[in-house]
Design a protein around this ligand. Structure first.
Ligand code: G4P
Length: 533
């Protein structure tokens, strides 16, 4: 098959939601439709009920054994679908944000009872930053949730996006009768079944059809009124507006009952984009260009202590990736080849010979990769848009065992390469400060340093407000700032200066007093400066 045919049959996306809205359940139903699993209950939930590192590690241990849960590829109606998993816990939001850089669209699951929740908002914001197309699935219609029109209003105001229902619920909770497909004009009557896949859809082209009254009783009239209102208020869905992230089609259903899921999956296949161009420091990279390129968006440690290697997840962005072929690592300026790259079709790890744009492959790594690294077929550019966000919680790493300082150094370096946290070095004494967006990561770091590197440390609280990267064309002013603020200056892993601002006010003062310095809240700018110093 030619490259363009391969690209045009791929759809790479993620399901995102606030924990408990039904992401895992929906993922499982998709895999059932795609034939990737045979029974319900096969997908392990990755949610963390209690915020304890031990729970997290247990889940990671399970996932480590079957690392395939990070990417699930399956075939559906002649398409190859790559579904990327995202952690639900808010402390791991950064991991989710990075995964979102590797997809072309998302499905957002909202719980009909709880509506838009904190994580729903944050995740949608990240999608909106990149204009990622969004389809919304309002889940749990079998429960006494909020009014469907109210939910649509809430989605529009809280998420700052226009919505367009493509299916409409008939009543809810115990009186939930099903959904009317506004697009295909079909009536799907609700029956609770966790395993049944196909259901009969009744075609009702004209809502005044008396058959509707027989089937729905008094809800028939309500449906007629609702549909009239929808058609009057909401414009027909414009595919271009969906693709540019301006409008989100909305479906209603019940994932656990496998209800309303197929309608959405079929529409997803029709609407969702095939692999899109990706931004680099030398312009957008077209997926159809012949030369291979891709970037690392996730690094997964092998939690089995007998196997220290890690798995770097690479999204193919252009051309064809081939096993055993030399590719150029643009940050290190070295060539690498991979004799055991693998893909995740049907939830099995399979050694892959070739991979195409939109695919995600796992590469065994002995420490050569960092998140955001670019691999190309000889070209020199770096993909952008894989930022580190300014961390907000800081701890200094204090070694507890001087005989193990090498292990500690290695552990901290490797864990921060994986993106678990960010590392900043402070002088004098090369003190290590680690910054995260959530408390849970510190527990994870401590646990993993002990388990995997046999290193113990104390993590001492540091009272900083934010870490801001500094750039300037006025080197004198920067030198002056670094001298005056010595105790609040650190350097990141690429030796970029970072201001550890003690408070919002101090940051504001710094901005006023040093007008020639620019303070950045994401590390985005670094990618460009690495390649074009
Ligand atoms: P998450 O990955 O977004 O965190 O959510 P998950 O799919 O694990 O679903 C959270 C809970 O909501 C699960 O119940 C799941 O069964 C339930 N759920 C999912 N879809 C629906 C739905 O359409 N209707 C109803 N009523 N419930 C739904 P749990 O009790 O936490 O776990 P489990 O023991 O059922 O697995």
């Amino acid at each position: 098959m030619k490259l363009d045919e391969e690209i045009n049959k791929r759809k790479t996306f993620a399901i995102i939601s606030h924990p408990d809205a039904g992401k895992t359940t929906l993922t499982e139903k998709f895999l059932l439709f795609g034939g990737a699993i045979q029974t319900a209950g096969a997908v392990k939930s990755n949610k963390i009920k209690k915020t304890a590192a031990s729970d997290f590690m247990e889940i990671e241990r399970q996932r480590g054994i079957s690392v395939a849960t990070s990417v699930m590829s399956f075939e559906y109606r002649n398409y190859l679908i790559n579904l990327l998993d995202t952690p639900g816990h808010k402390d791991f939001a950064e991991d989710t944000y990075r995964t979102l850089t590797a997809v072309d669209s998302v499905i957002l699951v909202v719980d009909s009872v709880n509506g838009v929740e904190e994580q729903t908002k944050r995740l949608t914001e990240v999608c909106r930053m990149r204009d990622t197309p969004i389809i919304v699935f309002v889940n749990k219609m079998d429960l006494e949730g909020q009014d469907a029109f109210d939910l649509l209003d809430e989605l529009e105001t809280a998420l700052d996006i226009k919505v367009r229902p493509l299916s409409w619920p008939i009543n809810k909770g115990k009186r939930f009768k099903g959904v009317y497909d506004l697009h295909q004009k079909g009536l799907n009557l609700f029956e609770g079944s966790k395993t049944k896949l196909t259901k009969e859809i009744l075609s009702i082209n004209d809502l005044s059809d008396p058959q509707l009254d027989k089937l729905l009783g008094e809800d028939a009239e309500q449906l007629r009124e609702d549909v009239e209102l929808i058609e009057g208020v909401y414009e027909p869905l414009n595919k271009e507006d969906y693709l540019s992230g301006k409008i989100a089609p909305v479906f209603f259903g019940s994932a656990v009952n496998n209800f309303g899921v197929k309608e959405m999956l079929d529409t997803f296949i029709e609407l969702a984009p095939t692999p899109l161009p990706r931004p680099s420091n030398k312009g957008d990279v077209d997926p159809f260009s012949e030369k291979f390129s891709g970037f690392i968006f996730k690094i997964h440690a092998n939690l089995d202590p007998n196997h220290r290697d890690r798995i770097a997840f690479l999204r193919v962005c252009s051309g064809t990736f081939e096993r055993n072929k030399f590719f150029h690592h643009t940050r290190l300026g070295k060539s690498f080849r991979f004799n055991n790259p693998y893909s995740f079709l049907a939830r099995e790890k399979n050694v892959v010979e070739v991979a195409y744009p939109g695919d995600v492959i796992g590469l065994y790594d002995t420490g050569n990769f960092k998140i955001g690294d670019t691999l190309t077929e000889g070209l020199d550019f770096t993909f952008q848009g894989i930022p580190s966000f300014s961390p907000e919680i800081f701890r200094e790493v204090i070694n507890r065992d001087p005989l193990k300082s090498k292990q500690l150094d290695k552990g901290v370096r490797q864990l921060t390469d994986e993106g678990v946290a960010q590392l900043f070095i402070q002088q004098p004494g090369s003190r290590k400060i680690i910054g995260t967006v959530g408390e849970l990561q510190f527990e994870v770091i401590k646990y993993r340093l002990k388990e995997e590197y046999n290193a113990s440390c104390d993590l001492v609280h540091k009272n900083f407000y934010k870490a801001c990267w500094i750039t300037t064309t006025d080197q004198e002013q920067l030198k002056e700032f670094i001298r005056i603020k010595a105790s609040e200056i650190a350097f990141d892993k690429d030796d970029n200066p970072v201001f550890l601002a003690p408070s919002a006010w101090m940051l504001q003062m710094a901005q006023e007093n040093y007008p020639n310095l620019t303070f950045h809240f994401t590390s985005e700018f670094k990618t460009a400066s690495q390649v074009e110093p």
